[in-house]
Design a protein around this ligand. Sequence first.
Ligand SMILES: Nc1ncnc2c1ncn2[C@@H]1O[C@H](COP(=O)(O)OP(=O)(O)OP(=O)(O)O)[C@@H](O)[C@H]1O
Length: 231
Amino acid sequence: MTTLLEFQNVSYWYKHEDKQHDILKNISITFDKGKFYTIVGPSGSGKTTFLALASALDVPKEGSVLYEGKDIRKIGLSTFRNKYVSIVFQSYNVLSYMTALQNVITAMEITKSPIKNKKDYALNMLQRVGISEKQARQKVLTLSGGQQQRVSIARALSCQSDLIVADEPTGNLDEDTAREIVRLLQDLASHAGKCVLVVTHDPSVAEVSDQTIRLSKGSITITENEQIVFV
Ligand SMILES: Nc1ncnc2c1ncn2[C@@H]1O[C@H](COP(=O)(O)OP(=O)(O)OP(=O)(O)O)[C@@H](O)[C@H]1O
């Protein structure tokens, strides 16, 4: 396995009324290509903060996040976000003035996808996450929150980046679509060789990942999971 992303002695805290609240304390961990990771923990334990650091939406207060051995601050945070990582955060980065289809195609173009017929590929991906062709041709703004979430998932699934991070990607989806999304995420890791990091509250999603990282009081515990295929 090749290490794609590495947290090296990462600490993060917030200051409130001059008091420091530690969220992550001196965390070191590596993430490999071809693996599906879930991040779990109680509310407020720092899961979203963890993903924000992994996707260069924020930087550690101490320590470093390395991508292919290089500090992401050196790569440049916006370059990193545009080229190297696909982010599925609720309502993050869906371009509301474009149609769902244009959103997916644009992401494929930005990440230099070699796929020739981008339109058909994008439509197929949108269909797999439950967006019909008619909805795909609507402006994203006219879709519901859950549908916008699906568009951002289809976008992440279609682009070329090796790293995919998602915050509760199945949170507000119906059971069947949620299942399909988890299957796609599993597939992206095991077949397409991507490194997939997902925050979830759902134990059935954590169960089918390769490794679960549990956050608690600033520290992490890592569990290797049995290989279960989500059906
Ligand atoms: N900008 C901020 N300023 C101050 N405190 C913050 C800020 N953002 C988050 N926090 C605090 O940091 C802690 C960790 O937040 P985070 O959102 O990472 O947790 P989480 O595990 O994702 O929680 P949840 O499961 O509820 O989404 C929480 O106590 C939160 O209140």
